[in-house]
Design a protein around this ligand. Structure first.
Ligand code: FES
Ligand code: FE2
Length: 439
């Protein structure tokens, strides 16, 4: 349970809020690369409560600007891509990716200043003096945020000063073909989406599929609905272990990672790799769930993934949504799935977290043992918000290459002998593999 003040600090994302200031210290996804094809139109983007325009200049590099022209506010997402930037359709002002105003075609080369007035006025009168050259253009600083494109995503830094180093997470350093990214709209505050990633007990209910008996994970999740939950802090956020009893002298260990400020790496099926759910605030009551699949060992066939997901979403909106009650099917609940909403986990999670309301009121909740991960995660976030207020860099923001190093960012499932300690067990596996390769 949080106080109202804590809940407001945690969930606010807009400019000028403590939570918004915290989020602005990180590189965050602004759009998928596929939304902005080379030579294509600019797109409006709402991010952290700000309305922005994302475009590629003629060199193909992405830029993120305030959507309203600095002259008189026209919508720049309708603008023309030309002459080294984005040109406003109203009076032709031209902006580059850094927000510099390159041209003001209607402004005369010289400016006029009234001898008695404080400000220059554009129409010369008898007492006006010409001032050369015009500095009007140079004085315009249009809101602009730096962008980096990686893993099929355009990331932006919306904070003050120089951006921090782009995080060197393994899934963001991987070759393009080893990563597949898409996103889904969630009509609720981003913290709700992210909390769902750190509550592994819900796998025993929300995601239960009766007919997936061949999947050992499903069997283990159903077989022990009361896992041991063990959160451990890291240099990027948190590890969360969920340990379930299985047969005899073994246990099923899931480790997942919370990545500040709002992403979760969770084990994926089959491949060596994981999925990342990155919950990116649009505003206080909406967020994008970026779903990033990472395979360490083999390229991902993007077409196959797209085919598998076709029919699931349109324009990044899930077909099953609150307006159609997620197409819940009571017959399916009897025979196939616990919740009757199909087999896709993203739908299940969206149903659960949207159901908490647009901004969940955490003053009335009743947290239990299974919420241990969420309790520690909130503590980390509230501490980071406080740090930003005190001028201290929040957890997971690196400005030195030596600190931009995250070898412990993992998410995987393992069946281990009960005498093997679960904390850091994957390190011991790696050591065994390295030792095996040396022999
Ligand atoms: S409003 Fe954009 S140039 Fe005038
Ligand atoms: Fe889930």
């Amino acid at each position: 349970m949080l106080t109202k003040e804590e809940n407001d600090r945690l969930t606010g994302v807009g400019p000028g809020t403590p939570g918004g200031a915290f989020l602005r210290r990180y590189w965050i996804p602004a759009a998928l690369s596929e939304e902005l094809p080379a030579g294509g139109a600019p797109i409006p983007v709402r991010l952290l409560g700000e309305d922005l325009v994302l475009f590629r200049d003629e060199t193909g590099k992405p830029g993120l600007l305030g959507i309203h022209c600095s002259h008189r506010g026209a919508d720049l997402s309708y603008g023309r891509i030309e002459d080294g930037g984005l040109r406003c359709l109203y009076h032709g002002w031209l902006y580059d990716r850094a927000g510099r105003c390159l041209e003001q075609p209607g402004e005369p080369a010289m400016r006029w200043s009234h001898s008695g007035g404080r400000n220059s006025i554009d129409s010369p009168t008898s007492d006006a003096q010409p001032v050369l050259p015009s500095s009007f253009r140079e004085r315009i600083r249009h809101p602009a945020y730096p962008c980096i494109e990686q893993a099929g995503i355009i990331f932006a830094y919306m904070g003050p000063g120089e951006p921090p180093l782009f995080p060197s997470y393994e899934f963001l350093r991987a070759p393009d073909r080893h990563v597949f990214a898409t996103k889904y709209l969630s009509v609720c505050n981003y913290v709700q989406g992210n909390e769902g990633n750190f509550d592994p007990q819900h796998l025993s209910f929300l995601h239960r599929i009766f007919t997936s008996r061949e999947d050992f994970r499903q069997a283990y999740h159903a077989g022990d609905v009361c896992p041991t939950i063990d959160p451990v802090e890291t240099n990027f956020g948190l590890h969360l272990y969920a340990v379930r009893k299985v047969r005899g002298d073994e246990h099923f260990v899931k480790v997942r990672s919370f990545i500040m400020p709002s992403a979760g790496a969770v084990a994926s099926r089959g491949e060596a790799g994981y999925n990342v759910n990155w919950h990116v605030p649009i505003d206080d009551e909406h967020h994008w769930r970026y779903s990033i699949t990472f395979s360490r060992t083999s390229p991902i066939d993007a077409e196959t993934v797209r085919r598998e997901r076709s029919g699931m979403a349109e324009n990044y909106r899930l077909q099953r949504n609150k307006a159609n009650r997620y197409l819940q099917d009571r017959e399916e609940m009897r025979t196939e799935t616990f919740i009757g909403m199909g087999r896709n986990f993203a739908v299940h999670d969206t149903f659960a977290t949207e159901g908490e309301g647009p901004i969940y009121d955490r003053t009335v909740e009743h947290l239990g043992y299974t919420d241990r991960g969420i309790i520690v995660m909130r503590k980390l976030m509230l501490q980071a918000i406080k740090n930003v207020e005190s001028g201290i860099e929040p957890l997971g923001v690196a400005r030195e290459p030596a600190h931009n190093h995250y070898p412990d960012l993992v998410a995987q499932d393992d069946v281990l002998s009960r005498d093997v300690p679960w904390r850091g067990h994957w390190k011991r596996q790696e050591e065994r593999e390295v030792a095996g390769a040396r022999r």
